[in-house]
Ligand binder design. Structure first.
Ligand code: SF4
Ligand code: SF4
Ligand code: SF4
Ligand code: FES
Length: 971
């Protein structure tokens, strides 16, 4: 019988051209060639793309050749020889994993000789392998066991008597997985996964022949090595040598559900592998377009917070924040919240209340919160945490390119020749994308990093000729202008692109401005601190790259000139024609999982969903008709305005869903004072977070595992979030918002988040083609998705811009007020670390604490020595906003004059020091530059002492509230 496999057959989507079953391992990676080759395997005619291995070609036609050292996310290695086949006209038994297909090839995968050869090989493997299958954690999910069965191994002649590895000691140092070398068959899949997939190179094969073994680092424990606990080696291991501790403890999972990671803006897809409603492990899903089967320590392992004992499972209320909580029913809590909101509005007016949506919640939930505020509260006082991270991206990209979003897919980096990374630290904040970057860098792409710190991407193994531009914090615009000056003054611009794609007038004006001598690298050197020669070299490398791509993060946006800098970045891409095709573009790396989505969903006070301005009569009219209410045509309050209005007495009640503004927003003491000034604070969260300590109503939130919905990642990719367990408190977050709205008298009626998405699609032109059915069909969709782009749009601005032509904007450098002075001679900049996430509420409640259990202050040896500071000393850090105390870590990653910390632990008070200085266009806080002084101290700061007291008191109120309830129940 002849079967025909054709990758171009009907139904193949852009995302899955080979119709792959993402649960199957095809042995070797997909070939990117478009040429087709036809061969015969066991008499079956198969057509595949050129460059495909014989092993993969057979697997695509469901002819499964045994294999052990091959896996379809690793380059073929050819060491185990189990995949041996016979090929007509060739001698011997070539390994099918390392043999590429050829036209007319005739392959035999099974006959007596091949069978005997495979049995002999398996016999050797098994002779040094413990035969404890029944009690092995891999039992039922072991490739070695499967292959032994598949080749028909029935006896092992060599026995265990000689030299063997059966007593090798286990390494349990990693909190999430165990390394049991007695089970290792030295197939090196783990080593290759660490190199090729993760890019860390933490593992090696040590020794030769029978003595060879896998070691981490220089024969260190996994924890002491460079391992970043991404789990790629665990996933690659065909035996139980590398095994998740959860599987060892709980046994094999029994079913799985594909969902999306709730941590960062990469938006990795995972199979939540379950036993009943318990998650056994999260396995990165090969069909996930953003991560393509890879993960980082957070998404892969740090999900234990979902069932942590601190979870709030019952609604709670209290009259003021100096009394204990009372646990009540959902109905009573919602009724109490609605009554308080109505009372406030009756007394202080319609504008006296507002709400904050969450970039961690789903699109559907965020949409509903802003709808609640606009339709039920009757004002536009809605804002989101994107205010404090990527709001300048929205402003800057909309002004220059006409759309507030990144232009590429992550996968587009495979075509990038030069990557310019500005103010981003991908290995820590976007780890899976960083692995893709590292792979491309190993293939020879060039790297330019503009960052005050020597970020880890610069330490990529096998990296050549990287350029680091270690600018002073706060001087981004000066640097980007000097890069653009070099391009324009040296004639490196793309004249054809400018002529056809950019607005003439805007370009000529910008050209005149940027060519001014004051923007030259030489003139800017004294401001940026970066050598003019290095700037010129970087500008040439970027402009001359076939494909130059820019990636940026919060080190760009969180500045007083955040929006200006985003425009400066877009100018660079426009002037060099690096926009509108694979491998190029302007790519903001979003911090939280759904920052893109929360902005898309109309969280900002001036924009309805889909960035439609509230003052646009036609757009507002459509929402009014659909929602059945009159909407305000004036933008409402931004978060900082809400705080100011609260202190001024005109803003009195706030609904906060899934955000912790008391920890994440700058100038903590100002935020705390504002929260204390409110009559009613309603917090919906999974834990008693810092903001909830100032609340009067605490509504239990649900984690991503407990609800249905969608997240939109940094590439505009809408991914499904699927419920894998019931919500611990009985309600998904969207249901709570619906209940609150109904209690306020504005009726909402949905039975499933898919209906909310249908409403979004009907009101938002860029989402008009999105539905849950379509998402099931396509896997994921990159908006815009509409009639013109029914499968979404991976690359934006291919032929034109939404504003017609690219608009180069004038980007005058204006120095920030936050400058080093005699009183505050150092500049503090803040950032993230791999193992923790944002305010740490989730990751602090997992074993990720092993890697980072306190925030520290990184200080250059020169600054440390000047102050007599030693490693581990307590340092008082003061700014004009406040003071806090952190432990010193002396580090060469900083340049002299710059200190650095993270903000993952509330008691460290990093944001007590940050000021309320902010971006001129969007109010995004200037987290990245605070002038500080540092001195040795012996005790915590006043704020830290007060924090401890307040925290203790609030934890006590929570405990008493819970005890009160359990006593009532038992009576
Ligand atoms: S640990 Fe696993 S993947 Fe690594 S060599 Fe041993 S058996 Fe292979
Ligand atoms: S967990 Fe990741 S980083 Fe660590 S050894 Fe395995 S592949 Fe390498
Ligand atoms: S890279 Fe981001 S989305 Fe992916 S697993 Fe890690 S935290 Fe989750
Ligand atoms: S699978 Fe081909 S040699 Fe191991």
């Amino acid at each position: 019988m002849l079967q025909h496999y054709d990758p171009k057959q009907k139904g193949a989507t852009q995302q899955n051209p080979e119709h792959m079953d993402f649960n199957k391992d095809y042995g070797t990676p997909q070939s990117l060639s478009e040429n087709l080759i036809t061969l015969q395997v066991d008499g079956v005619e198969i057509t595949v793309t050129e460059g495909t291995s014989v092993l993969r070609a057979a697997a695509l036609a469901d002819i499964n050749i045994p294999k052990l050292c091959a896996s379809d996310n690793l380059e073929a290695f050819g060491s185990c020889r189990l995949c041996a086949v016979q090929i007509e006209g060739r001698r011997g038994f070539p390994a099918s994993c390392t043999t590429p297909v050829e036209a007319g090839m005739k392959v035999t995968t099974q006959n007596e000789k091949i069978g005997k050869l495979r049995r002999n090989i398996m016999e050797l493997y098994i002779s040094d392998h413990p035969l404890d299958c029944l009690t092995c954690p891999s039992n039922g999910d072991c490739e070695l066991q499967d292959v032994a069965g598949a080749v028909g191994l029935r006896e092992v002649r060599y026995g265990f008597d000689g030299h063997n590895h059966l007593d090798a000691e286990k390494d349990k140092s990693n909190p999430y997985f165990t390394f049991d070398p007695s089970k290792c068959i030295v197939c090196s899949r783990c080593v290759r996964a660490c190199e090729e997939v993760q890019g860390t190179f933490a593992l090696t094969v040590d020794g030769r022949g029978f003595a060879s073994k896998i070691v981490a680092g220089q024969d260190d424990s996994f924890l002491d090595s460079d391992c970043v606990s991404c789990g790629a080696c665990v996933q690659a291991c065909p035996t139980s040598t590398l095994m998740e501790n959860n599987v060892i403890e709980m046994g094999q999972p029994e079913h799985s559900i594909v969902t999306t990671c709730a941590y960062c803006g990469v938006g990795c897809s995972f199979k939540a592998e379950m036993k009943g409603d318990q998650v056994v492990r999260m396995v990165p899903y090969k069909g996930g377009e953003a991560n393509q089967g890879h993960s980082c320590v957070k998404g892969r392992f740090a999900f234990g917070y979902a069932t942590h004992k601190d979870r709030i499972k019952t609604p709670m209320i209290r009259d003021n924040i100096d009394e204990q909580w009372r646990e009540v029913s959902w109905e009573d809590a919602i009724g109490f919240a609605a009554k308080r909101l109505k009372e406030v509005q009756a007394k202080y007016g319609r504008e006296s209340v507002g709400g904050i949506t969450s970039s961690r919640c789903t699109n559907e939930e965020t949409y509903l919160v802003q709808k609640l505020i606009r339709a039920a509260f009757g004002n536009n006082n809605t804002d989101t945490c994107a205010r404090v991270c990527h709001s300048p991206t929205g402003y800057g990209l909309k002004t220059t390119l006409g759309e507030s979003a990144g232009t590429q897919t992550f996968d587009s980096i495979r075509h990038t020749d030069t990557m310019l990374v500005i103010g981003a630290n991908p290995t820590d904040a976007h780890p899976v994308f960083a692995s893709m970057m590292r792979r491309r860098l190993r293939e020879g792409a060039q790297l330019i990093v503009a960052d005050p710190r020597k970020i880890d991407l610069l330490k990529t193994p096998h990296l050549k000729d990287a350029i680091h531009l270690p600018l002073r914090p706060g001087t981004n615009v000066a640097l980007v202008n000097s890069l653009a000056h070099t391009i324009m003054s040296e004639g490196l611009e793309d004249k054809a692109f400018i002529a056809s794609r950019c607005d003439d007038k805007a370009f000529l004006k910008w050209q005149a401005f940027i060519r001014e001598e004051r923007n030259s690298p030489e003139a800017m050197q004294s401001i940026t601190g970066v050598d003019a020669g290095d700037v010129r070299r970087a500008a040439r490398v970027y402009a001359n790259a076939g494909n130059g791509a820019i990636f940026y993060g919060l080190g760009v946006t969180e500045h007083s000139q955040g929006s200006t800098m985003v425009m400066g970045i877009a100018n660079l891409a426009l002037a060099t024609g690096n926009i509108g095709r694979e491998g190029v573009g302007v790519n903001p790396l979003r911090g939280q999982n759904n920052v893109q989505g929360s902005c898309d969903m109309g969280s900002f006070p001036h924009e309805l969903p889909g960035y439609q301005h509230v003052a646009d009569d036609e757009a507002r009219g459509r929402f009014e008709a659909a929602w059945g209410v009159k909407l305000d045509d004036e933008p409402g309050l931004r978060i900082p305005n809400m705080f100011d209005a609260a202190l001024a007495g005109s803003f009195k009640a706030l609904y906060v869903q899934g955000e912790d503004i008391a920890q994440s927003d700058p100038n903590t003491q100002h935020v705390e004072a504002a929260l204390k000034a409110l009559d009613c604070v309603i917090v919906q969260d999974i834990f008693l977070n810092e903001t909830a300590k100032f609340a009067h109503v605490l509504l239990p939130g649900s984690t991503f595992l407990e609800k249905n919905g969608t997240f939109t990642n940094a590439e505009r990719r809408i991914n499904r979030v699927r419920k894998v367990m019931p919500p611990l408190a009985g309600k998904e977050d969207w249901e709570v918002t619906v209940a609150l709205s109904n209690a306020l008298g504005y009726e909402m009626n949905y039975s499933h988040p898919s209906e909310i998405m249908d409403e979004i699609a009907s009101l938002t032109p860029s989402f008009s083609g999105v539905s849950y059915d379509r998402l099931e069909e396509l896997g994921s969709i990159q908006w815009p998705c509409n009639e013109q782009h029914p499968e979404g749009m991976p690359i934006m601005h291919v032929e034109d811009f939404p504003i017609g032509k690219g608009n180069l904007a004038i980007t005058e450098y204006v120095a920030t007020d936050e400058r080093a002075t005699r009183r505050f001679p150092l500049l503090l900049t803040t950032g993230r670390i791999l193992s923790q996430y944002n305010v740490g509420a989730q990751t602090r409640r997992t074993e990720n604490q092993t890697w980072h259990d306190e925030d520290v202050l990184e200080i250059h040896p020169h600054d440390a020595e000047e102050r007599g500071v030693n490693q581990g000393d307590w340092l008082g850090i003061s700014s004009r906003a406040g003071q806090t105390v952190l432990r010193a870590v002396i580090s060469q990653r900083m340049q002299p004059g710059v200190v650095y910390t993270t903000f993952h632990h509330p008691g460290s008070g990093a944001n007590v020091i940050t000021t309320d200085s902010s971006d001129w266009a969007t109010n995004c806080p200037e987290y990245k530059v605070t002038a500080v002084q540092v001195e040795k101290v012996t005790q915590p700061s006043e704020w830290q002492k007060n924090f401890e007291d307040f925290n203790k008191k609030q934890q006590d109120y929570l405990k008493k509230g819970r005890r009160h309830r359990s006593e009532e129940v038992s009576r």
